[in-house]
Design a protein around this ligand. Structure first.
Ligand code: CP
Ligand code: NVA
Length: 304
């Protein structure tokens, strides 16, 4: 049975820390990643239902550094777009390629791919989770604060989205104190309960709050767009719910000048102001770079 990466819920803290340590090792190798730990002639298939800059390019470059080939296709370029089932697509592709990374609208699609694939399936973002992003974020936080475990992070804004949920998951595994701060209407359903066991064993905590001032004392303030891909029809309602959660100089000061993170792409002037994202506490470019190093570690872990 192939090992997949769909949400990180299926990985233990030691496995996650192993991937982060491997990311650092690969990052520190000279050249473009040193001797490839993956046998030549392996192929990664990328299927993207939505646009992507970082995920698509980091996976493609990571694969190339590791000596793997990649094939990219949108569903419209595959028979999927004409109604071939996800299951039949997975069964077929498994006979050709060594791993499949998929960016999908509905999380159920990537689960269905994994159910019928005999090669590893990697969630390259769904409506519920963005595990590759969370791994890069944890690596960045480890590098910048020295904390592989036990960091404190406030996610401010659309706390029900894929990025916030994945930060809550990895935080629960790594014993972080995670504060999800945003309007009650957007709080993630059942997330807290589903992470109870992880939180109990890691010593982490997850709190939900509607008060932007609950950012006080954190290592990191994190935000993401207010309107995720696929939610365009809800733009007006979301902007009006979220406008008091903008990350600006005032909020950074109230928090005690923490590091600032954003998965990108940013909608400047909405969830974050230019002075914060371009300011001295912003680590968004190192964070974006780490998508490459963690993508390599994931490919090595799942494919090698
Ligand atoms: N952060 C992230 O996943 O960016 P892309 O949508 O550009 O891949
Ligand atoms: N929450 C955003 C993340 C983009 C990387 C979205 O889903 O559009």
């Amino acid at each position: 049975m192939a090992r997949h990466m769909l949400s990180l819920l299926e990985y233990g803290p030691d496995e996650i820390m192993g991937i982060l340590r491997l990311s650092r090792t690969l990052k520190e190798l000279p050249g473009r990643g040193g001797p490839a730990p993956i046998k030549a002639g392996r192929t990664l298939m990328l299927i993207f239902e939505k646009p992507s800059t970082r995920t698509r390019v980091s996976l493609t470059v990571a694969a190339s550094h590791l000596g793997m080939e990649t094939i990219y296709a949108s569903p419209q370029e595959l028979q999927l777009g004409r109604g071939e089932t996800v299951a039949d697509t997975a069964r077929t592709l498994s006979r050709y390629v060594d791993a499949i990374a998929a960016r999908v609208h509905r999380h159920a699609t990537v689960e269905e791919l994994a159910r019928h694939s005999s090669v590893p399936v990697i969630n390259a973002l769904s409506d519920l989770y963005h595990p590759l992003q969370a791994l890069a974020d944890a690596l960045t936080i480890w590098e910048k604060t020295g904390k592989l475990r036990g960091a404190t992070l406030a996610f401010v804004g659309d706390v029900g989205n894929n990025v916030a949920r994945s930060l809550a998951v990895i935080g629960a595994k790594l014993g972080w104190e995670v504060r999800l701060i945003g309007p009650r209407e957007l709080w993630p359903e059942n997330l807290r309960v589903s992470l109870n066991a992880e939180l109990a064993s890691s010593g982490g905590s997850l709190v939900l709050s509607e008060d932007p001032m609950d950012v006080r004392g954190v290592d990191v303030i994190y935000t993401d767009v207010w309107v995720s891909m696929g939610q365009e029809a809800e733009r007006e309602r979301r902007v009006s719910l979220l406008k008091r959660y903008q990350v600006n100089a005032r909020l950074m000061e109230a928090a005690g000048d923490p590091l600032f993170m954003h998965c990108l792409p940013a909608n400047r002037g909405m969830e974050v102001t230019d002075d914060v994202i371009d300011g001295p506490r912003s680590i968004v470019w190192d964070q974006a770079e780490n998508r490459l190093h963690t993508a390599k570690a994931v490919l090595v872990t799942l494919v090698a």
